[in-house]
Design a protein around this ligand. Structure first.
Ligand SMILES: [Zn+2]
Length: 288
């Protein structure tokens, strides 16, 4: 069953092979008049497809106007295959997400690409597309203006924290996207994972401060003489608290912070970023 977020927005948490502590990915239905848009169909499993069909039935069987993907990751997108067998509807994503998405939803293809600030009509309402790169290059959020509901994909989640995996993920861009989202007067956030967030501004501020705190912590662990590797930093920061299955996620996110410090002129890399494995890449504080 779904949870009603607002007049037009419904949330379905569906099982997916996502990252711990989350075990589900949220699919959203945006419904107005005789149309419904599916946002992030999730992982491709018959039970998930069935749950989405059931929810559409409960809404009175509106026409499926399309599927919009916040981003291509495999816990958010391949469920489109199950839906495509039943509904012939167009698939939408940001123009910078098409190549990766089409690999994940193969053999399906994207019918229309979306740009920042464009509006998509669903029944009687408009949904605004917000380009929020950082988690992936073509990640988007959606703002349902009539309900003041912001669907944030993985830019803001309420279970675990967003990971940033270079080179597709980029920390400075991610922080800009968080600040951009703050400009929308949302009364609630429908995140990509976890329950509805009722205090959007505080949640976004928390994500921003958490990232900036981590950045300062990493900078404080670097020295001017002895290069410190990503592997060492992860060991010291997380002190064995990260599940070994997802240690690569911590490594990617720490690397994303280090790349930002290099871009900001605060650190330098002593390894060849093109050649070295993520965990072996090493950094120094940039001397005065
Ligand atoms: Zn993701």
């Amino acid at each position: 069953m779904y949870t009603s977020c607002s007049t037009h927005v419904f949330q379905l948490p569906l099982a997916s092979p996502t990252l711990k502590p989350a075990t589900t990915t949220n699919t959203y239905l945006i419904h107005s008049q005789d149309q419904v848009m599916v946002v992030d169909p999730g992982f491709d499993h018959p039970d998930n497809t069935q749950a989405i069909i059931q929810a559409i039935h409960t809404l009175g069987n509106p026409t499926v106007a399309g599927v919009i993907f916040t981003h291509y990751h495999k816990d958010h997108s391949p469920g489109a295959r199950g839906l495509a067998k039943l509904y012939s509807c167009p698939l939408y994503c940001h123009e910078r997400e098409v190549d990766e998405l089409e690999k994940t939803i193969c053999p399906l293809t994207v019918a229309r690409t979306l740009k920042d600030n464009e509006r998509v009509r669903i029944g009687e309402i408009d949904v605004r597309v917000i380009h929020t790169p950082g988690h992936t290059a073509g990640h988007i959020a959606l703002y349902v203006e009539d309900d003041a509901v912001l669907l944030t994909g993985d830019t803001v989640i309420s279970q675990g924290s967003t990971w940033i995996g270079p080179p597709d993920g980029h920390m400075a861009t991610y922080l800009q996207s968080l600040r951009h989202l703050k400009q929308f007067p949302a009364s609630l956030i429908g995140p990509g994972h976890g329950p509805i967030i009722h205090e959007p501004q505080q949640a976004i501020d928390w994500f921003l401060s958490r990232r900036l705190e981590r950045e300062r912590q990493i900078l404080s662990m670097l020295s001017t003489e002895q290069p410190v590797s990503v592997e060492q930093l992860v060991a010291d920061i997380y002190a064995g608290q990260v599940d070994p299955d997802i240690i690569w996620v911590a490594e990617k996110t720490v690397l994303a912070h280090l790349i930002k410090l290099v871009e900001d002129g605060e650190a330098v890399e002593t390894t060849d970023g093109q050649q070295a494995a993520d965990r072996n890449r090493a950094f120094l504080i940039r001397g005065a």
